[in-house]
Design a protein around this ligand. Structure first.
Ligand code: NAP
Length: 247
């Protein structure tokens, strides 16, 4: 793929989809800034793995919901490398329950982790990228933000909001040379979906036309395309990577 930038920050990158995106982008030649929140060991071992394969990586710990910490992290990256070329807002959580049992805190904490964090990152990256009038940001939303899902009113609101936010950022960013797009994964085999019972997993798989959960690499390849110059005329787009579950 064709990348004109040098580095990328990936939030929530120590495991799952974020780790797969890190490996894919390092293979493409970018220096990968691996953000972790709670597990520095996992982040360090991912950095080592990338370096053993000949890639470049750095580890940066912060909670993506902490505005000051996120702002500081982007400053650190720009001071170190002279720029932030790309950003992937990947950090996310679930806290599933039926709406009638959902407390306000169950709702706001998920929106904060999934949507507000991506707003902070997108705003700060846009400021930094505007100076060079080039950049590309990908937000990891979800099929649930498109279709809705029982038991996930909080998560669906955060991911649906992320899709609308991405389109609005895309309209503001275009004049500054910065593109914003979303990837909406379906069911992908990570710790997040490992929590589901076997029965629920089987029932989901039976409804997926391609008859399997996705691999984190399936998401990583879509992200690489949307960040790269190969998608230079695409902005405000939502790329579904869901095995055909929601078309
Ligand atoms: P995962 O394995 O649970 O990993 C989530 C990562 O996000 C973890 O590294 C976690 O760090 C990090 N994180 C959470 N809150 C954070 C915060 N405030 N600051 C920094 N990092 C934070 O989940 P995943 O499946 O890879 O999911 C990655 C993204 O894809 C999420 O946005 C998720 O909503 C989205 N997605 C996943 C699926 C799926 O089927 N797996 C489907 C659709 C969308 P800690 O370990 O420290 O908490």
């Amino acid at each position: 793929m064709n990348f004109s930038g040098k580095n990328v920050l990936i939030t929530g990158a120590s495991k799952g989809i974020g780790a797969a995106i890190s490996k894919e982008l390092a293979k493409e030649g970018l220096k990968v800034w691996i953000n972790y929140r709670s597990n520095p060991k996992l982040a360090d071992s991912l950095k080592k793995e990338i370096e053993q394969e000949g890639g470049k990586a750095a580890v940066i710990g912060f909670d993506a919901t902490d505005e000051d910490a996120f702002v500081e992290a982007i400053k650190t990256i720009v001071n170190s490398d002279g720029e932030i070329s790309y950003l992937v807002n990947n950090a996310g959580i679930t806290n599933d329950k039926l709406a009638i049992r959902m407390k306000k805190e169950d709702f706001t904490s998920v929106v904060d982790a999934n949507l507000t964090s991506a707003f902070i990152g997108s705003r700060e990256a846009l400021k930094a990228m505007s100076k060079k009038r080039v950049g590309s940001i990908v937000n990891i939303a979800s099929i649930v933000g498109e279709s809705g899902n029982a038991g996930q009113v909080n998560y669906a609101a955060s991911k649906g909001g992320m899709i609308a936010m991405t389109k609005s950022f895309a309209k503001e960013g275009a004049a500054r040379g910065v593109r914003f797009n979303c990837v909406t994964p379906g069911f992908i085999a990570t710790d997040m979906t490992d929590k589901l019972s076997e029965e629920i997993k089987e029932s989901y798989v039976s409804n997926i036309p391609l008859k399997r959960f996705g691999d984190p690499k399936d998401i990583a390849r879509a992200v690489a395309f949307l960040l790269s110059d190969d998608s230079s005329y695409i902005t405000g787009e939502v790329l579904k990577v869901n095995g055909g579950l929601y078309m």
